[in-house]
Write a protein that binds this ligand. Structure first.
Ligand code: ATP
Ligand code: MG
Length: 177
């Protein structure tokens, strides 16, 4: 492997309806932080929820987590506040990527924000085209648009075979949030 290839950042998409997309991305962040790499996680649609990873990030060197949005459940049409939050999150993502301050940027639930119409896919494609060559970019969320899959280097689909939700078990602290 040549030095140039080693330095080229790749694009990951973690999609599908099964559990594990966000936690896989966070696991990768933890691994990279252990090599002193710098990681920025931008969570779309998760601002209000009490995700454990948001509480612990300040205690881990090199991992920054920023969360936007009301929650990841938008029932019906998004409200104007949802659009504003998504725009803010996306602008943050743009700046984080352009800043070259990070080795890895994780855009959590970005596909969900696209699918809800909060973020335009063409703007995401522009962002990907303009990303610094060495930046590793990770995008998570269900139902990834095919355009994103086309440019991805890694696509992992998490398929639900069983989920305790089906037995009426609600989201559990430390496991689902
Ligand atoms: P995780 O954050 O656990 O890695 P994920 O990112 O793959 O999961 P999302 O689709 O983002 O999954 O859903 C967020 C969390 O909510 C997941 O942990 C998932 O198990 C849980 N979840 C998804 N759908 C339901 C549901 N209908 N009822 C209860 N919990 C759910
Ligand atoms: Mg998720």
């Amino acid at each position: 492997m040549t030095k140039e290839i080693e330095k080229t950042g790749l694009i990951h998409v973690y999609t599908g309806n099964g559990k594990g997309k966000t936690t896989a991305a966070l696991g990768l962040a933890l691994r990279a932080a252990g090599h002193n790499m710098r990681i920025c996680v931008i969570m779309f649609l998760k601002g209000r929820s009490k995700y454990g990873e948001k509480n612990i990030a300040s205690q881990i060197n090199n991992i920054e987590i920023y969360a936007y949005g009301e929650d990841d459940l938008i029932i019906g049409n998004p409200a104007s506040k949802d659009f504003e939050e998504a725009e803010e999150a996306f602008n943050h993502a743009r700046h984080a990527i352009a800043s070259k301050k990070y080795d890895i940027v994780i855009l959590d639930e970005l596909t969900h924000a696209i699918n809800l119409g909060l973020i335009q896919l063409k703007h995401v494609m522009e962002l990907i085209n303009e990303k610094p060559i060495e930046l590793e970019l990770i995008i998570t969320g269900r139902n990834s648009p095919s355009e994103l899959l086309n440019v991805a280097d890694y696509i992992t689909e998490f398929n639900e075979k069983k989920h305790p939700y089906r037995k009426g078990i609600k989201a559990r602290k430390g496991i689902e949030y």
